[in-house]
Design a protein around this ligand. Structure first.
Ligand code: MEV
Length: 313
């Protein structure tokens, strides 16, 4: 049997994180700058994982990998391959815990590599269902947006339990992503918002609805090449996310610097309380300048990328 490879890119939430868990829409973007490669080989013995985090049989993997190992077992069962004689090597360039969908990306790459190993084609629904097994361990009650975006080449409009939609941005939008250096825990952040919602249902529901409205307006801005409107929507969304308690000092600082340096909008991206910020630059040259500034002011990593008709970068 030949070596089989599966790859997956990462993702960013442009707007609507947290609200999407509670039925509001969100817009997410595939983020190809970082990703995961999973390589499967026939190696006699038990099923083993080789990653920077853990090297050994899936049976004795640490609890943090329970989701991934459950997902591997279920995928092998679905493919009718015995759970033995495999080495799964996982190489990731996605910093974990930074809101970039690292856990979902690992699952999708591993599932794809196992399908390739079994020489079986797959439907998108297979990947989503199998990756969801792992996401439930990682995130508790995931909306499903991370996995979906990791399997998409286009910006995604997502509402839980609704058919998803692809968005075609018009004009050019230049973004930067900056890593605050602190790891976030999406599961804890999602739980904290859910608890807030229980303790002050009307007030928090209004905030989630407001995020939904901003997301609708952000979609129109993307589809009508309205950079300034999109920037405002990002800034407004950040206010709501702060009120939901999912932003922290490190994120707020990077957001403040990005705005000071002329970003049209800036907010956290993903689960928050650690992780990354996303900012909208005026143009391509400005996005490079913003990257330099944010690096100078302590961002651990920065990336620039663009969306739209001219797909520069
Ligand atoms: C995480 O990328 C996005 C959250 O909305 C959680 C989820 O939707 O599962 C915070």
């Amino acid at each position: 049997v030949q070596t089989a490879i599966g790859v997956a890119h990462s993702k960013l939430i442009l707007i609507g994180e947290h609200a999407v868990v509670h039925g509001q829409p969100a817009i997410s973007l595939p983020f190809p700058h970082v990703g995961v490669e999973s390589i499967v080989d026939y190696v006699p013995g038990s099923v083993k994982i080789d990653s920077t985090f853990y090297h050994g049989p899936i049976d004795s993997a640490p609890d943090a990998l329970n989701g991934l190992t459950a997902c591997i077992r279920e995928t092998l069962d679905y493919l009718e391959i015995p759970c033995e004689n495999l080495l799964i090597r996982i190489k990731s360039s996605i910093p974990p815990g930074k809101g970039l969908g690292s856990s979902a990306s690992v699952s999708v790459a591993v599932i794809r590599s196992l399908f390739a190993y079994a020489e079986q084609g797959y439907e998108m629904a297979d990947i989503l269902r199998l990756a969801d097994i792992s996401e439930r361990h990682a995130h508790g009650e995931p909306s499903g947006i991370d996995t979906l975006t990791i399997t998409s080449e286009m910006p995604v409009w997502y509402e839980k339990d609704e058919p998803f939609d692809m968005i075609e941005p018009q004009g050019d939008f230049h973004f930067i992503v900056a890593d605050s250096g602190r790891m976030g825990d999406t599961r804890l952040a999602v739980e904290s918002v859910t608890n807030l919602l229980k303790s002050a249902p009307r007030r928090i529901h209004r905030k989630l609805e407001r995020l939904g409205e901003l997301t609708h307006r952000a979609r129109t801005a993307l589809e009508t090449a309205s950079k300034h409107v999109l920037g405002n929507m990002l800034n407004e969304a950040q206010k709501e996310l702060e009120a939901l308690g999912v932003s922290d000092a490190g994120l707020n600082r990077l957001i403040y610097i990005a705005r000071q340096e002329g970003a049209l909008g800036a907010k956290l991206t993903g689960g928050g309380n650690g992780g990354c910020v996303i900012a909208l630059a005026k143009n391509e040259v400005h996005s490079k300048q913003l990257c330099e500034k944010l690096k100078k002011f302590g961002a651990h990593a920065v990336w620039s990328f663009s969306l739209g008709s001219k797909q520069a970068d």
